[in-house]
Ligand binder design. Structure first.
Ligand code: M3P
Ligand code: FE
Length: 309
């Protein structure tokens, strides 16, 4: 599939309660690579196989949750075109200055109807994955440290007005709807899985009365064995596990949900399938949501619907 316009989730800034405890967690237990600290005290990380400077930014606060997330677009021409399209559709945008996030160019920022702050950007310094671009080996020491996911994969966000979010993603940003869950009466969509790529989702939303909530940030693992190994490492480090290891019916992803020390949920994930934009959307009825969430157990875990930051 030709990749133009919006490419991928590129960064997410989350709030953590104790910065140094979280730096230990994301650096040593998750096994992300620390790439910088800024004058605001924020700490930057990337997954070992990512090439750009960072994908996760931690900010210390007295309340956990998500500050904002950004998608990388192909180039500055795409950024300008998407900014114009957002404005034409009545979405107010502001430009965050280059350098406000370390090693990152200007970001076009806007509010989603669900209460989340989203950004698009075209430039972030490519620091590489530690492997040479000529004759690389398949892995290196950084891939063997802690859980060591290969990349930030997607986010699931909770908030109101997700039907309005869907319009922005489909009509302006050229995402397509891969899967959805219908309400009990079947007349509304209560959950959406959207892709801008060949991935089974790049972002997902669940309808929820409180705006701007984080359900989980998902990190991609190479294999099911590595998801199970992630579970071993969680237990060795007394990490609080929510659900799994199991498989979602929705997206077919194989998963563990767990919580970071601040209560932000994360997912170690692999699998799923590879949709194209011409595929028919997969629909789940409300009574099948339990197997959508946890296919083997067919269980709509209470925490899935209630615990968000
Ligand atoms: C994911 C995923 C539900 C499935 C969630 C799926 C809520 O988080 O990564 O595929 O049923
Ligand atoms: Fe997920």
């Amino acid at each position: 599939m030709a990749m133009t316009g919006v490419l991928r989730p590129g960064h997410v800034q989350i709030r953590v309660l104790d910065l140094e405890e979280s730096v230990h967690f994301y650096g040593d237990v998750m096994g992300l690579v620390e790439t910088g600290r800024d004058s605001d005290g924020r700490v930057y990380f990337k997954c070992w196989d990512e090439r750009d400077h960072h994908s996760l930014v931690l900010r210390e606060s007295d309340q956990a949750g998500i500050d904002f997330f950004g998608f990388k677009v192909l180039d500055n021409t795409s950024l300008e075109q998407l900014e114009v399209r957002l404005k034409e559709h009545g979405v107010d945008t502001t430009r965050m200055p280059a350098g406000d996030l370390l090693e990152t160019g200007e970001r076009v920022r806007f509010d989603l109807p669900s209460g989340h702050v989203m950004e698009l950007y075209a430039e972030k310094t490519a620091v590489g994955n530690g492997l040479p671009s000529m004759n690389p080996s398949p892995w290196n020491q950084a891939s063997e440290n802690g859980i060591a996911p290969v990349r930030l994969d997607h986010m699931l966000l909770y908030g109101p007005n997700i039907a309005e979010n869907k319009k922005i993603f489909e009509d302006i940003l050229d995402f397509f709807l891969v899967e959805r869950v219908l309400s009990e009466g079947g007349d509304a969509e209560v959950a959406l899985w959207l892709s801008c790529s060949h991935k089974v989702h790049d972002i997902a939303f669940v309808e929820h009365p409180e705006p701007g909530k984080l359900h989980h940030i998902s990190f991609l693992m190479d294999s099911w064995e590595k998801v199970l190994r992630a579970g071993d490492i969680m237990s060795m480090n007394q990490v609080a596990v929510d659900i799994g290891p199991t498989r979602h019916g929705i997206t077919r992803g194989c998963t563990i949900y767990a919580w970071d020390p601040s209560g932000n949920r994360f997912e170690t994930f692999m699998g799923g399938y590879h949709p194209y934009p011409d595929y028919e959307t997969i629909t789940w009825t409300w009574d099948s949501f339990p197997q959508g969430l946890d296919y083997p157990q067919r269980k709509l875990h209470e925490t899935f619907l209630t615990v968000v930051t």
